[in-house]
Design a protein around this ligand. Sequence first.
Ligand code: CA
Length: 263
Amino acid sequence: MLRIKACGLSDVGLTRAHNEDYFEVDPRHQLFVVADGMGGHSHGEVAAQLAVEAIHDFIEKTDDRDTTWPAVTDSRLRRHSNLLKMAVRLAHDRVMGAIREDGALSGMGTTVVGLLLEGATAAVAHVGDSRAYRLRDSRLDQLTQDHTWVHEQVMAGFLSKEQARSHPLKNVVTRALGGESDVVVDVREVEVKPGDLYLLCSDGLTTMLSDADIRERLASGRTLNEICRTLVNDANARGGVDNVTVILLSIEGDLEQGETEKG
Ligand code: CA
């Protein structure tokens, strides 16, 4: 049986008045979510929190394996991956519903990246430019593809990755919860292994630290709490121009079948 350890940390950064990121670490349901809200008058805070709570509520409600839910499921995905996908769609509905109820919230939205673990399979879902990474055998892989204009330009060959990092339009997301009448959620499944380290983060981290910077810190061998703190501190040390949020998740052990873990 795999054991997990996790920690999360969010910081307003050095130049913003509000922290419009929101996150949740829920070891009981093995659910981990980062959302990065947007919208004037701190409405991004509202959107991000609504989205994370909606995802959590749905995962909690469907915790019982016998629960059925009214949705079209993707037969290529496992049950919990479909649950996470549905949860993100419902989060979008909740943000849209809040905007309909209160016109002042118009224009708010949020990105989201979520990881839901069941057995040895992690479902990773995202909308927007919040990212998931995996460190395995000292190698860092980005598990999500940003839904941004600059990433589309990179994929089309019009911009290099380096140009995209410093492009004036680098913050323009092409998908967000609350953004359009419908939302397309990307979901993938990853088989986890003992020794893996997973990072979920808002773009406040990745605009300040390169993938090489992130890899170095994740591979440092320090405790999860120390790495979380280092990532946030280093994003701030380089300017801290945005809110920064990180969740770290380590896959700890591989107990023999039949062995039970003692608290
Ligand atoms: Ca941000």
